[in-house]
Design a protein. Structure first.
Length: 743
């Protein structure tokens, strides 16, 4: 029997769930079990729980067959708990380091009370941590344990269950369970506190209460479901009726009930406008039915509200609320004025276009800060032309990159009148990065964020922890991300990361990366054409070298002696060198182009064609490895500065331990691998297979089709992902040559 049972319900939390579980599994107190409840979550939460359960026998997973809500999911976990004490942890929150040890020690010191109340802190996406405003109530003064009558002010703490440890035999004896509804914590919290004979407190932050930037709190949504609070307090008073020995708590709980009703009634963003009168009258009826004899209203403005509720004076109350609303409108006008000044800065023409109707058939594409026509947006563009030829497809391209636009592609130059008109009126905006801060998201517009790689390096708000990103304005970043309606993902690994590091309200589409469709469907003719375009002769071994951008390196200086490479590997080997797009053309590479053994492909429009042409990929931390893995060709990780890069930029996994193939940390090792052929052996093939199954999860050749059908055609039933072992991929250069020779 463990000391603690932690009940962790999970519903649509795949971006936060690993951090939650890691915070428990990393505790120095190991005497616990986790009862994880998958509340029929539609995302990958259930799979994440199963993966963790495979690695740690202390985790027990319950998969519910229908979504039952937080309260009843907790009940399902509670039924399976075997620990001396039960704790409830929401799956987007975390335990602080050493929390369970501190809770255990305090329980022992206070003689195993029925309830231990501990502290928490609110945590925010930008790194802020704010203490519990009523932490003073948890000061450990007086006896180690006490009854609620000795410290009734504990009722003023937030009505939550996850800041307490409950002795399991106490829960069983009192018959406590969670009711369904929005406000399920209220009856559990109040009924448990008033029933406990001995309570203890712990003046230590044990839970980090995540405040989701995108608003994950259902209590802050406009809905008639807030009427649920009336039912929950009915349950509280039914409990009091059934326990006459607890009659002394009618007054304090009546006060908590009325305060809660007034909060729901007066806070913006709770009740729909047409439901407010009904709620007020029902709350007023509860007031008159439950007010204890001799109850004295509080003083001040709060007492005035009590009086209006007691008299059912809805009109009077609304007049008072309108005065509050008027003050809010003044503040809103001030914010609107600021926004208007931003629009003025964009120019009168853009403002005029924003007033015109959206063009339902117009799609504006952009890629890599409008530098090219490429990547996922280009693949979506091509598929859109096939499935919805009536759509008008336009690309935004910077003037200095207009010469890269393929013939036949309709273009607007960034900054032109046509550009601002398209931004203002296009129904659909598709980009693999963010549009500029000055772009205004119109009602009805649909922004599709395709991303441009699976993340090895830290992204979004995770970058705040690393020195390479100290200059980034994260508030501005997330304001740009707020415009997204859809986020495209190639694998669940990415989905989980995107949802955590870009905490905004968008829908994740696990379609695969559209740009990788060609790597699945390309023919031997496509492979040969890609090689011919680069001047690669039949029988030539071509290695594609794609090092990534390093924030601590001002220009592209390849960590590889290219002359030595050309000299030692012989005349039948060609190195295709592609510098990161941040660097532009490299003088180091240009110097060696004349030999013909080094081909600078940094300016090549479509990297997918380079993948098809190459026999193998040499890279470091670039997301190219995840895309190239679709081809099932050898990948060599050349990482001479892994310690520096991982410390300065941060990574999501250890590439040295989980590589897609062979690994070299020195130039001599790399050349040795290439010269001997050791980069392509059974052991490297096995690593690549593990890597592919993890990161090429949805890349089956139909990604662009799924995106077009879901986003532009509004279809819900999308082509299913082809099982991994049934997928085809483009032939290797050797296979393509053999097919031609046999023909």
């Amino acid at each position: 029997m463990p000391k603690f049972s932690l009940v962790v319900p999970a519903y649509k939390v795949q971006g936060y769930l690993p951090e939650c579980l890691d915070s428990v599994l990393g505790q120095d107190c190991t005497d616990f079990e986790i009862i994880a409840v998958d509340d029929c979550s539609p995302d990958g939460s259930g799979d994440i729980l199963d993966e963790y359960a495979k690695r740690d026998t202390r985790i027990h997973v319950i998969h519910l067959t229908e979504n039952v809500g937080l309260g009843r999911a907790r009940n399902a976990g509670l039924e399976k708990a075997t620990g001396d004490y039960v704790l409830f942890l929401d799956s987007d929150d975390t335990l602080s380091d050493g929390a369970l040890s501190a809770i255990r020690d305090r329980l022992e010191a206070s003689g195993d009370p029925e309830i231990l109340v501990f502290d928490y802190a609110r945590t925010y996406w930008d790194g802020q941590v704010r203490p519990n405003l009523r932490a003073d109530l948890l000061k450990e003064k007086g006896p180690d344990s006490f009854s609620l009558a000795e410290r009734p002010q504990l009722l003023d703490l937030l009505q939550i269950v996850w800041n307490k440890a409950y002795r399991r035999d106490f829960v069983t004896r009192t018959g406590l369970t969670f009711p369904p509804g929005y406000y399920e914590d209220a009856p559990w919290t109040f009924c448990s506190l008033i029933s406990a004979e001995r309570i203890a407190v712990l003046d230590r932050v044990c839970v980090r209460y995540r405040q989701r930037r995108e608003g994950g709190n259902i209590l802050k949504t406009v809905s008639r479901k807030h009427f649920d609070v009336l039912d929950q307090y009915r349950r509280v008073f039914d409990y009091l009726d059934a326990h006459e020995e607890l009659a002394e708590w009618r007054g304090p709980l009546f006060r908590k009930m009325i305060d809660h009703y007034l909060t729901v009634l007066t806070r913006p963003g709770r009740l729909p406008q047409d439901a407010r009168a009904e709620f007020f009258h029902r709350a007023s009826a509860d007031y008159r039915a439950r007010v204890p004899k001799g109850f004295a209203r509080p003083g001040g403005g709060r007492g005035v509200k009590y009086g209006m509720l007691e008299r059912d004076a809805y009109t009077t109350m609304m007049s008072a609320l309108r005065a509050v609303k008027l003050r809010q409108q003044v503040r809103t006008r001030a914010r609107t004025a600021v926004n208007r000044s931003k629009r003025v800065a964009m120019g009168a023409f853009y403002r005029s276009q924003l007033r015109l109707p959206l063009d339902e058939k117009l799609v504006l594409f952009s890629a890599y800060w409008s530098r090219s026509v490429s990547c996922n947006p280009a693949a979506i563009d091509a598929e859109l032309a096939r499935l919805a030829p009536d759509m008008r497809r336009v690309w935004a391209v910077r003037a200095d990159h207009a010469d890269r636009v393929p013939k036949g592609v309709e273009v607007v130059r960034v900054g032109s009148r046509e550009y601002w008109a398209a931004l203002a009126r296009a129904k659909y905006l598709v980009n693999n990065v963010n549009f500029a801060d000055s772009v205004i998201k119109r009602e009805g517009q649909i922004h599709v964020q395709t991303h441009h790689g699976t993340p090895l390096k830290t992204m979004g708000v995770d970058q705040q922890k690393y020195p390479a990103s100290t200059a980034m304005n994260f508030e501005k970043l997330l304001e740009r991300c707020d415009r997204w309606d859809y986020s495209i993902s190639a694998n669940q690994f990415s989905t989980v990361i995107w949802e955590r590091v870009y905490p905004c309200s968008y829908t994740s589409l696990e379609t695969g990366y559209p740009r990788n469709d060609v790597l699945v469907g390309a023919t031997s003719e496509d492979v040969r054409a890609a090689r011919a375009a680069l001047g690669l002769a039949d029988g030539t071994k071509a290695f594609l070298y794609m090092p990534t951008h390093r924030e601590y390196q001002p220009d592209f200086t390849p960590p590889l002696d290219l002359r030595r490479f050309a000299r030692e590997l012989g005349p039948d080997v060609t190195l295709l060198v592609r510098g990161h797009y941040f660097y532009g053309n490299s003088p180091h590479v240009a110097e060696l182009r004349r030999t013909g053994r080094i081909v600078d492909v940094s300016g090549h429009a479509r990297v997918e064609e380079l993948y098809l042409a190459a026999d193998a990929l040499i890279t470091d931390y670039s997301s190219a490895m995840f895309d190239y893995a679709v081809l099932d060709r050898p990948i060599i990780s050349y990482v001479p500065d892994w310690d520096v890069y991982s410390a300065v930029r941060g990574t999501y996994f250890d590439l040295l331990q989980e590589p897609p193939g062979a690994v070299a940390t020195t130039q001599a090792e790399l050349l040795g691998l290439l010269a001997s052929g050791a980069y392509d052996r059974p052991e490297t093939t096995e690593r690549r297979d593990i890597f592919r199954r993890r990161f090429c999860e949805f890349d089956d050749g139909h990604a662009a089709e799924r995106v077009v059908r879901r986003v532009f055609l509004g279809e819900e039933d999308l082509p299913p992902v082809v099982p991994f072992d049934e997928r085809r991929h483009a032939p290797t250069p050797t296979q393509a040559l053999e097919l031609v020779e046999r023909a």
